[in-house]
Design a protein around this ligand. Structure first.
Ligand code: MG
Length: 372
């Protein structure tokens, strides 16, 4: 049994740089979709792919560990360089051994199986809308057009540790497998993806057509597609060459544009949170912090955002302080009740320390301050 591969990656119609990265090197096939200000998204996805591509001859048992090492590599890079802080990337990795497949996955890049005319998603997105579908709040169709459809709940590089979804798949002759970034799935309906996979003989031409379809639909994001055929396909097959090197695509830097993005993106986040919603926006709940009172009135550092989206709470308490909001002087209390937001835990902690000091200055008795 052998696999034939085609791959394509494109910047799309709107973005100035391609921050997707991919790997096509038997037995590993990877799509990574990076994000972050400046060129951080590009650094994140290429760092992850390079870490996964490290072993010359990886085995099935290596796959989950390699994704975790990729997470550590992106995380460490983000910690060591201020301009890269907050970057992250999705990873969908497929390991092939004959007809056996192993998929390791974090984020919202996807793996699909196209078998006998049916398209089936093999990965579950780590997104807010996927959770809402699971909870029965919205339909699959509503999720596809939801203003917050790009909000990711799990990504590489955001934390020192990562939970990786790993799934085993048994393929059959004639199967076609698709790996792709959300630049495809956010622009092209599943029925059109299925039609394209059905009508294009070569994996390479299928990959090219899918990228064209995403661009024709607006190309709002970078688009990366890998198509793999297991021999025995009824389609015409053969002639497609397998690239042997990790591929990574990026356009030349456009400094003015990047400066613009760096300033504008936080504003866009606020607008989207206000419910207006903008396609193509991505941010991590995992890298947002805020300080607010918890249910008992204790000043608490939360991870996530104070807003609810469609009734779903997006906060997890991270650290309770020894401050009670009732014991703060009025002007500080108002500040805390407004739920002040931070980009890092360190900043939230610094704010709480400052709060504590100012509470002291304004005469909150020590015995009250230290009451848990
Ligand atoms: Mg994307």
């Amino acid at each position: 049994m052998s696999w034939t591969v085609g791959a394509a990656s494109d910047v799309g119609q709107i973005r100035r740089a391609n921050e997707d990265s991919y790997l096509v090197r038997d037995p590993l096939y990877v799509v990574a979709d990076g994000m972050g200000g400046h060129n951080a998204g590009d650094v994140a996805s290429s760092t992850a792919v390079a870490a996964i591509a490290k072993p010359e001859q990886p085995t099935r048992d290596d796959v989950e560990r390699l994704v975790k090492e990729a997470n550590a590599a992106v995380w460490e890079k983000a910690q060591s360089d201020r301009s890269l802080q907050g970057m992250g990337t999705t990873v969908t990795a497929l390991f092939l051994d004959g007809s056996h497949g192993l998929i390791a996955h974090v984020g919202d890049s996807r793996a699909y199986l196209f078998r006998q005319g049916q398209l089936r998603q093999l990965t579950r997105d780590h997104t807010l809308v996927a959770r809402m579908v699971q909870e029965g709040r919205i339909s699959e169709e509503e999720a596809r057009h939801h203003p917050q459809r790009n909000v990711i709940t799990r990504a590489l590089g955001v934390d020192a540790d990562i939970r990786v979804d790993v799934e085993s798949v048994e393929f059959q002759a004639g199967d076609r497998v698709l790996l792709c970034s959300d630049g495809l799935t956010s622009m092209v309906e599943p029925s059109v993806i299925a039609e394209t996979l059905a009508s294009e003989g070569e994996p390479q031409s299928a990959a090219d057509r899918l990228v064209e379809a995403a661009n024709a639909a607006g190309g709002e994001d970078n688009i990366t597609v890998i198509v793999l055929d297991l021999d025995g396909a009824s389609r015409q097959s053969g002639g497609s060459r397998t690239p042997t090197d990790p591929r990574h695509h990026e356009l030349g830097p456009d400094k003015a544009r990047r400066r613009y993005r760096r300033v504008v993106i936080p504003l866009i986040v606020l607008i989207a949170l206000a419910g207006l919603g903008l396609g193509g926006l991505r941010f991590f709940l995992a890298r947002s912090w805020f300080v607010a009172p918890d249910q008992t009135g204790t000043v608490t550092i939360f991870r996530g955002i104070p807003e609810e989206i469609a009734g779903v709470s997006l906060r997890t308490p991270q650290k309770q302080t020894d401050l009670s909001v009732a014991d703060l002087p009025e002007f500080l209390r108002a500040d805390v009740e407004e739920a002040r937001k931070f980009d890092s835990l360190a900043e939230a902690e610094a704010y709480v320390a400052n709060l504590s000091e100012r509470a002291d200055e304004f005469g909150v008795p020590e015995e009250i301050k230290n009451t848990p």
